[in-house]
Design a protein around this ligand. Structure first.
Ligand code: PLP
Length: 367
C-alpha cells in the first residue's frame, strides 16, 4: 500500500558535508557558520539584520524583550496558532491576549485586533498561519495609531511575500523557526529573528548569548539561546534551496486546488494574489466531516494532521491561568473543529497527489 507522510524534510549530501566541515573546522558555538547564516538570512528577507536563536519560541521571547517591552504589559496574538506564539508572550513575563481570525486568511482579523487593544497592550504578534501572510497593512496601521510594536510570527512562512516584501520584513521584528517540519530546517531546533533596527539586533544578539556585553561582562539578564554552529551550517544550504522548495509546494497546492474545487463541502485554503504569495507550509482543508475524512485517508496510507486540535485560549493551561472560555474566539474555534492538513512537501510526487485527490473524491462520492 502507498504510504504518504504529511511532510518530509530534505537532508542531502551537501548538507551532510557542510555539517561535517563545520564540526571539523569551526567553533561548536558561535562559529563562522552562525554569522554567515545570519547574514544570508537577512539578505534573503531584505532586512538589515538577522540574529539566530536556539528555536522559534526563543526568537519570539527575545523579540519582545529586545524591543523594550516590560513585564506585566500585554501582547495580542492569534488564538489559531501553535501554542508557542502565546507561550513566548508568557516567557517574556507579559500578559497574553488574543484577537480572533478572519476566515479569508485564517490569520488575525484587523477588526478584532482593534477591539482587543487595552491600555496595557504594547505589542501585536500576527501569525502567518500555514504560510499565508497576515493582513499586515491594516495591522501596521492600527499598531501605528496605538503605538504598538509589531512582531511577526513568521515561523510557518519562510519566503512568503506580501506587497513586494518578504515575511520577516513586514513589522519591527520577524521571528522564524527551523524545526524539522518547517519549509526549511536546520535539521534540529533553531530560530531566527530579523529586523531593520540596529539597536534591537544588538540587544537580541546579547540576550541570546547570556546577556554578554564582552567575554565576561554582562549588562542584561540573558539566556543560553544560541543556534548551534553545525545547525547553522546546514541551514545555509537549506536556505539556498528554499525558493525552489516553495515553488514546488505552490505547484502541489495548485494541483490540489484544481482537483478539489467544488468537492463535497470542502473549503480550500486561501489563495494568493498578485500581491500576496503564500508558501503552503501546510495545505489545510476544511470540512464538517473532518474526523471521518481523516480516518478514511489514514486507512488508505495517507498521513493527515490537525493544526490545531484546540485554539490556544482553550488549551487547559490557558483556561486555568487566564480564565479564557469557549466561544471567546469563535472563528478560531470553528477552524480547529473543521481543519485537516493533507500531505505537502517539496518532493511530493504527482502520483501521490493524484492518489490523495482520488481518495478524497471517493470519500465524498460515497456520502
Ligand atoms: C506559528 C509558530 N510559532 C512559533 C513556533 C515555535 O517554533 P519552535 O518550535 O522552533 O520553538 C512554531 C513552530 O513550532 C510555529 O508554528
Amino acid at each position: 500500500m502507498m504510504k504518504i507522510p504529511l511532510g518530509m524534510p530534505v537532508f542531502d549530501k551537501e548538507m551532510e558535508e557542510a555539517a561535517v566541515a563545520a564540526l571539523r573546522n569551526e567553533r561548536f558555538v558561535l562559529g563562522e557558520s552562525v554569522y554567515k547564516f545570519e547574514e544570508e538570512f537577512a539578505k534573503y528577507c531584505g532586512t538589515k539584520y538577522a540574529v539566530s536563536t536556539s528555536s522559534g519560541t526563543e526568537a519570539l521571547r527575545i523579540a519582545f524583550i529586545a524591543s523594550g517591552i516590560k513585564p506585566g504589559e500585554a501582547a495580542i496574538t492569534s488564538p489559531a496558532s501553535f501554542i508557542a506564539s502565546a507561550n513566548a508572550i508568557v516567557h517574556a513575563q507579559m500578559q497574553p491576549l488574543f484577537a480572533d481570525i478572519d476566515f479569508e486568511t485564517y490569520t488575525m482579523s484587523p477588526k478584532h485586533l482593534k477591539r482587543a487593544i487595552s491600555d496595557k497592550t504594547r505589542a501585536v504578534l500576527p501569525v502567518h498561519l500555514y504560510g499565508f501572510p497576515a493582513d499586515m497593512d491594516s495591522i501596521n496601521l492600527i499598531a501605528e495609531e496605538r503605538e504598538l510594536v509589531v512582531i511577526e510570527d513568521a515561523c510557518q512562512a519562510h519566503g512568503a511575500s506580501y506587497h513586494g516584501k518578504k515575511t520577516g520584513n513586514l513589522g519591527a521584528i520577524g521571528c522564524f523557526s527551523f524545526y524539522p517540519s518547517k519549509n526549511m530546517t536546520v535539521c534540529g531546533d533553531g530560530g531566527m529573528l530579523t529586523t531593520n533596527d540596529e539597536e534591537i539586533a544588538r540587544q537580541a544578539a546579547k540576550l541570546r548569548d547570556c546577556g554578554r556585553k564582552s567575554q565576561y561582562i554582562h549588562d542584561v539578564i540573558g539566556y543560553t539561546s544560541r543556534l548551534n554552529n553545525v545547525n547553522a551550517a546546514i541551514g545555509r544550504v537549506q536556505l539556498k534551496r528554499l525558493d525552489e522548495w516553495n515553488a514546488k509546494r505552490r505547484a502541489a497546492a495548485e494541483e490540489y486546488n484544481r482537483s478539489l474545487t467544488g468537492v463535497g463541502d470542502l473549503v480550500l485554503p486561501p489563495k494568493g494574489s498578485a500581491n500576496v504569495s503564500p508558501v503552503y507550509h501546510l495545505y489545510v482543508l476544511r470540512t464538517k466531516h473532518r474526523d471521518e475524512l481523516k480516518s478514511w485517508l489514514e486507512s488508505q496510507g495517507i498521513s493527515c494532521g490537525v493544526h490545531y486540535v484546540l485554539p490556544i485560549h482553550l488549551q487547559p493551561i490557558y483556561q486555568q491561568l487566564y480564565r479564557f472560555e469557549k466561544d471567546d474566539y469563535p472563528n478560531a474555534e470553528e477552524l480547529c473543529k473543521t481543519c485537516l492538513s493533507i500531505p505537502i512537501f517539496p518532493n511530493i510526487s504527482r502520483e501521490e497527489i493524484k492518489f490523495i485527490n482520488e481518495k478524497i473524491h471517493d470519500f465524498f462520492n460515497s456520502k
